[in-house]
Design a protein around this ligand. Structure first.
Ligand SMILES: Nc1nc2c(ncn2[C@@H]2O[C@H](COP(=O)(O)OP(=O)(O)OP(=O)(O)O)[C@@H](O)[C@H]2O)c(=O)[nH]1
Ligand SMILES: [Mg+2]
Length: 421
């Protein structure tokens, strides 16, 4: 049985609920959608080749040149890795420029999509919600003049209608494992219903639950890995947990793995399902766990997406979005970040070369003045090590400059390719 026969068979057995969606009800339309979304390998290669090369240079080659820069090396390598994660998100670089990405993360069915819906004007439903795992493709929600839905696939942008998006994220497909997430990196929804105050400053990223199925199949692990890479490129995190479960180890592990610098907002969702005193206890308990595990938080608050409100007179969600919005300017401009980082590494090289050079002179002087043969011997030993370091630093600076130029050139090429999309 071939792939499309399988699809046909499953489409034939679609139940009444799914038949409302034309892509699920009509096998022909379903197949057309799949064909439209299949990757275009030709284009993928040139963009992906450059992005892959950039990633390698930033993650590996540059790091090798930094080893003599002392205590800064670790911080620099972290910045480089984060930057290369961002560049790997190249398809969206132009789209995201100048805005902060606020990623909504949490276990499946925590209410992430519903939470974003509740923040839109009139709480308009723009993202599918379901009790079963729904969001399998990380989805950016961006303020726009009119509603436009796009899928990013292998360097291409494909326009979709609402039904197509629902079909792709619907559990029917999810269960069937057609695996759109394998070749659709992202969905992007432009909506006029984006919270007005923040529309020019932030973008939401709705993510798949990180325990989509509690079975670690390779497929799920890859989905999780891809989602995690995208979250790493975010600027702010909102962790959604439910009043039923509170915060669990998996939540904290995830937050620590993605290591976003800014403090995290923790939203205890579905507060409408418990009494006020239960909610209060869960919030307090959560606070304690976060403190014990050393997670830097902006705050923790009880919320109901269904009611669109926070409990206990708090207003942390709005405050957090303001905070994210205020820190948006320029923070996401990958190109500026790349320039600043290479400039600062360049300065670090100059400093290290200067101080090693000074040390070399001092030692040379001491060798010259030393009287005791043993002292001379050990000084010469140190002197030769410092000389080696000096030579290495100069060589590495040259190599770094060469790589930095190559990186800037590749990045420019990548931007041009992205513009053509
Ligand atoms: N009572 C109540 N139910 C909620 C609330 N928010 C979400 N839900 C329900 O919880 C279920 C899951 O909501 P989603 O928004 O799809 O959750 P999600 O985290 O996006 O789920 P995945 O994308 O599958 O990971 C749905 O049935 C929602 O109606 C809330 O505030 N109160
Ligand atoms: Mg969802």
């Amino acid at each position: 049985m071939g792939f499309f026969d399988d699809v046909n068979e499953v489409l034939d057995t679609a139940d009444a609920e799914q038949e409302e969606n034309p892509y699920l009800a009509d096998p022909k339309k379903g197949l057309e959608l799949i064909a439209k979304l299949l990757p275009d390998n030709q284009k993928k290669t040139s963009t992906d080749k450059i992005a892959g090369r950039l990633d390698y240079m930033l993650d590996n080659e540059i790091l090798l040149t930094l080893k003599d820069l002392g205590k800064n090396t670790l911080a620099l390598s972290r910045q480089l890795t984060r930057l290369s994660d961002k560049i790997m998100e190249y398809k969206k670089v132009r789209l995201l420029s100048g805005k902060s990405i606020v990623a909504i993360v949490g276990r499946f069915s925590a209410g992430k999509s519903g939470f974003i819906n509740s923040l839109t004007t009139d709480s308009r439903i723009i993202l599918p919600e379901d009790q079963n795992p729904t969001t399998s493709i990380p989805t950016y929600i961006v303020g726009g003049q009119k509603e436009v839905i796009q899928a990013y696939s292998g360097g291409r942008t494909i326009n979709l209608d609402m039904d197509a998006m629902q079909a792709m994220t619907h559990r029917f497909f999810e269960e069937y494992k057609i695996g759109f997430s394998r070749f659709i990196g992202n969905l992007v929804i432009y909506t006029p219903n984006f919270p007005a105050k923040q529309r020019d400053r932030i973008i939401f990223l709705d993510t798949p639950g990180y325990n989509k199925a509690d079975i670690d199949t390779r497929e799920n692990m890859t989905d999780e890995y891809l989602a995690e890479q995208q979250v790493k490129a975010a600027d702010f995190l909102i962790l959604l947990v439910t009043v039923d479960d509170g915060i669990v180890d998996k939540d904290i592990d995830f937050i620590q793995r993605v290591a976003i610098e800014n403090p995290v907002l923790v939203v205890v969702n579905k507060a409408d399902r418990k009494t006020e005193s239960d909610c209060r206890a869960i919030v307090e308990h959560g606070q304690q766990i976060l403190k014990n595990r050393g997670v830097k938080i902006f705050g923790i608050t009880a919320y109901s997406s269904h009611e669109g409100k926070e409990y206990f007179g708090k207003n942390l969600v709005a405050q957090f979005l303001d905070f994210a919005g205020q820190n948006a300017a320029g923070s996401h401009d990958v190109e500026t970040e790349l320039k600043n980082l290479t400039r600062s590494i360049d300065k670090d090289f100059d400093k290290a070369i200067e101080s090693t050079g000074n040390r070399q002179h001092e030692l040379g002087d001491s060798v010259y003045k030393a009287m005791d043969i043993l002292a001379i011997k050990s000084l010469v030993h140190i002197y030769s090590r410092v000389c080696q370091k000096y030579g290495r630093l100069q060589g590495n600076k040259k190599r770094f400059k060469y790589l930095a130029e190559k990186i800037h050139r590749d990045f420019d090429d990548l931007m041009h390719l992205a513009e053509k999309v």
